[in-house]
Design a protein around this ligand. Sequence first.
Ligand code: BG6
Length: 471
Amino acid sequence: MLDKNLKSFPKDFLWGASTSAYQVEGANLSYGKGPSCQDVKELPEGTASLDICADHYHRYEEDIALMAEMGFKTYRFSIAWTRLLPEGTGKVNQEGIDHYNKVIDTCLKYHIEPLVTMFHFDMPDALDQRGSWSNRESVDWFVNFAKVMFENFGDRVKYWLTINEQNMLTLVGPLIGTLRIPEGTTNILKETYQQNHHMLLAQAKAMVMLHEMYPESKIGPAPNISLVYPASCKPEDQLAAQEYNAIRNWFYLDMAVYGVYNNLVWRYLEEHDATPDILEGDMDIMKAAHPDFIGFNYYSTATVQASAPSDDVDPGADQQTARGEAGYYKGYNNPNLMKTEFGWEIDPLGFRATMREMYSRYRLPMIVTENGLGAYDTLTEDGKIHDNYRIAYLKTHIEQLKLAVSDGVEMMGYCPWSAIDLVSTHEGIRKRYGFIYVDTTDEKTGTLNRYRKDSFYWYKKVIKTNGEDLD
Ligand code: BG6
């Protein structure tokens, strides 16, 4: 491919990075906050509990000052539902409102645009007790939560993300501690997609409400998108890749953008007698919602091959492991890709391919809401973290991002995971992603002091040159 005339990143490109409340804040049951599903789940063995995390709740000022030092234009963080509404509905906890007001105002003080995720894997436990997303009332619960956020923060927050990785909540919910299947459920697939239907309705209503309250503000979904490759040029493998692309990726964006159920997913659900119950008017609600942009998390591509109905397939270990579904597709180790220390494939070119494909399907501006390398970092005696492996990962991805911009893909910004070290979904804080090192361990030993990693200085230069100097 000829890449002679490369475009630059737009002048107002939103360079930043991301976190989520339950993974970074700590103080998980303090200051009036109620428990979420994350606070009551059984912790994966040897991983830190969520009472301290990076202690961002207490140290947000220091952390945002460090982000400002890197030159951030935006900071993507999530608002914990149970900090605002400890029971999920009902009484508002003013301390929670005050806290996020301070976080938002601190960002604005440094001219950092807050990019707020409304829901990042943290359903209130009180609502889980009432049936969670399987209860149709969950749509109203979420809309009420959205209203509280928009009323309190909408004057200053211009960019909103609805639900983080709804596709992962649906496909690997138990792994990240979210999916609640009511006792006695016989058709788990139907139940899962019914919950998914309620989330889609909740998202659609929240998008419409924001546009009514703040016509200038912008809102979009934030799924985890991994373009799916066929394992070979066998037509059967191509069909398998299409199935998995639909189930893993396009289903969520087809609904968010066009308000329609993806036909391949619908057929798959029909085959399993698992189509969700759709009430009159539901599809009008879906169609009425229009995102202004697409946020998406990208870590790697996935590769699949065809599968026979009798196959014994691996259901997939986590967010990034290609899944299998007997009779449809099965995960395949792509021999062309290296893996991280934690077994996730690394595919920067696939990042470009994913952006191209998304843009040709949806034609909306896009922002990368997560991308990054989970690795073991070492703090040296003189307070340094030489994470050249992270720089290499990010550099190769930003190169591809730039090529995608040259391809004509409208990219608004780039927010790698994560701004600061935090607790991983299921592998503890030893799996680090941040530009800022936090001196703590899964045993919660350490000073919690912050250290600038080598990637901190590198990213600062990237932002300063608007992505021109990646060395
Ligand atoms: C995404 C999530 O799936 O990946 C984040 O939105 C998560 O919450 C990130 O932390 C990295 O995954 P993990 O499992 O390494 O924490």
